[in-house]
Design a protein around this ligand. Structure first.
Ligand SMILES: Nc1ncnc2c1ncn2[C@@H]1O[C@H](COP(=O)(O)OP(=O)(O)OP(=O)(O)O)[C@@H](O)[C@H]1O
Ligand SMILES: [Mg+2]
Length: 255
């Protein structure tokens, strides 16, 4: 079964950036076949990975509606949908990318989520690693696109607002019937690499959560994102890439 890492957190905290760097480390450095999943309707994991996404699961849904019941002879609707989703996956040299896209209208989320959920269950048996980048907020938890994950990384900035969001997200994962083996906090854009003790204590002592990493603010990342360049171009000796690498190594080793 795949080891699945999912990212959650407030808007703009660095989920997609870090997810892309995790995919890069798993594939480039560890040579592990990885399915990258962009479960954010405002898709951007493709950009961070330097991939041009042409089709999403939402597009597959639109196509199926247009075709109505006109499926190829001898193919059930279910098989046809799976076939279309597989066709929408972008295969790069080292990883595959599945993009959810934006369903047209709120009611369509349900169907697209179910397609994504079903595909993720299947992917868990074929890829050793799955990395899911989610939209900001908590909808992905209530919609259960985040389920059966080995590690839920709650990304936050080390501020009181960030800390309150961590608590809300963590609380929801306890209330919902979703399976999350382990959850931890990843503090990002830490200025001068130092986190205020009160903030640390709130996370660890009051909320009982572990802080897995504290990534500093990094100019290399700013330079790439200013030019809309993918995280694939971040030099391998960049501190953030190295620290994400050590973090993944520890997770794989079960630490
Ligand atoms: N450690 C860092 N140092 C400097 N800039 C960073 C760092 N991490 C992320 N950023 C920048 O912060 C911005 C937001 O990052 P990103 O898009 O990854 O956040 P997100 O949580 O995925 O946002 P959204 O909720 O909108 O999907 C980007 O411009 C990114 O380059
Ligand atoms: Mg994002």
């Amino acid at each position: 079964m795949a080891y699945t890492i999912a990212f959650s957190g407030k808007g703009g905290t660095g989920k997609s950036t870090i997810a892309a760097l995790c995919v890069r480390y798993l594939t480039e450095e560890l040579n592990k076949s990885t399915l990258a999943v962009d479960a954010d309707p405002n898709s951007c994991l493709g950009l961070e990975l330097g991939i041009d996404v042409k089709e999403s699961i939402s597009d597959v849904r639109e196509d199926i509606i247009k075709k109505k019941m006109d499926f190829p002879v001898g193919m059930s609707k279910e098989n046809y949908v799976d076939y279309c989703i597989e066709e929408s996956i972008v295969e790069s040299k080292s990883f595959d990318l599945l993009t959810m896209g934006r369903p047209e209208g709120p009611k369509c989320y349900c169907y697209v989520n179910n397609l994504l959920r079903r595909y993720l269950d299947k992917a868990a048996t074929t890829y050793p690693f799955v990395v899911i980048d989610n939209e900001a907020g908590m909808e992905h938890l209530s919609r259960r696109t985040t389920n059966d994950v080995d590690m839920l990384l709650i990304v936050a900035e080390p501020t009181m607002v960030g800390v309150n969001t961590i608590n809300r997200i963590s609380g929801i994962t306890d209330e919902l019937p979703i399976k999350i083996k382990r959850k931890a906090v990843l503090l990002n854009r830490v200025h001068n690499g130092k986190v205020n003790e009160t903030i640390k204590k709130k996370i660890t002592d009051e909320y009982g959560l572990e802080i897995l990493e504290q990534l500093p603010f990094n100019d290399g990342i700013t330079e790439l994102s200013t030019d809309a360049k993918p995280m694939q171009l971040l030099p391998k000796d960049n501190e953030i890439f190295k620290r994400i690498g050590s973090m993944i190594d520890k997770l794989i080793a079960g630490n």
